[in-house]
Ligand binder design. Structure first.
Ligand code: SAH
Length: 208
């Protein structure tokens, strides 16, 4: 999987490749689909959600450029696979999932693997995780209609925020960097994610 999908796909960050070699992806997918865990595709994990394809996980992780000391927020825990990769490359990970049974299942999987530096929270990640902020880096693994203000405010100065945003029929994965009160776009690539279903607007207000 790592050689054929990630290296041949152009990913070069050795730490990311090693983390993806070490985390057993099949343990994060339903038993009936475990034989397909290493195929180059997203797979259903129940509740209408999916585990992202390996290349997407590798690409997003590479774009965060983690050094090992970071406190990271992920929005969209899903299976917990991406969080487990982040946990290998950062100091601590807080991951938020709006579907409680998925959050609970990911906690069980991560505990079985002995991963101790991830805290999975079950709520609408549109508000981020204020009790655990600020973060050195933030990754959103579901496609948002716009950049959520709460997430920007919970990012440390100089930190990266990675988020897919829908533009008409297209989805673009943006890497933002915060500088003071400003955020600037550093990179963008076309992508495909499930939607971020949040009751919070881009301005940080709750929807009626
Ligand atoms: N990172 C996951 C895959 C993400 S699928 C993995 O490695 O398996 C996207 C996830 O985002 C889904 O589980 C979906 O329920 C969740 N999600 C969507 N909107 C959300 C929100 N507002 N807050 C938190 N999680 C959300």
């Amino acid at each position: 999987m790592v050689r054929e999908q990630l290296v041949d796909g152009g990913l070069t960050d050795r730490r990311v490749l090693q983390a993806m070699e070490e985390v057993p992806r099949h343990l994060f997918v339903p038993k009936l689909l475990q034989h397909r865990a290493h195929q180059p595709s997203a797979l259903p994990i129940g509740h209408g959600q999916t585990i992202s394809k390996p290349f997407t996980v590798g690409l997003m992780t590479s774009l965060l450029e983690l050094q090992g000391h970071e406190h990271v927020l992920e929005v969209g825990t899903g299976s917990g696979y991406q969080a487990a990769i982040l946990a290998k490359l950062a100091r601590t990970v807080v991951s938020v999932e709006r579907i409680s049974p998925l959050a609970e299942r990911s906690r069980v999987t991560l505990a079985k693997l002995g991963v101790e530096n991830i805290n999975v929270l079950a709520h609408d990640g549109g508000v981020g995780a204020p009790d655990y902020a600020p973060f050195d880096a933030i990754m959103v693994t579901a496609c948002a209609p716009s950049l959520p203000a709460h997430l920007v405010s919970q990012l440390k100065d100089g930190g990266h925020l990675l988020i897919p945003i829908s533009k008409g029929r297209e989805q673009i994965l943006y890497r933002y960097r915060r500088q003071g009160q400003e955020v600037s776009i550093e990179q963008s690539v076309s992508c495909r994610f499930v939607p971020l279903l949040s009751g919070v607007t881009a301005e940080g207000e709750k929807r009626a």
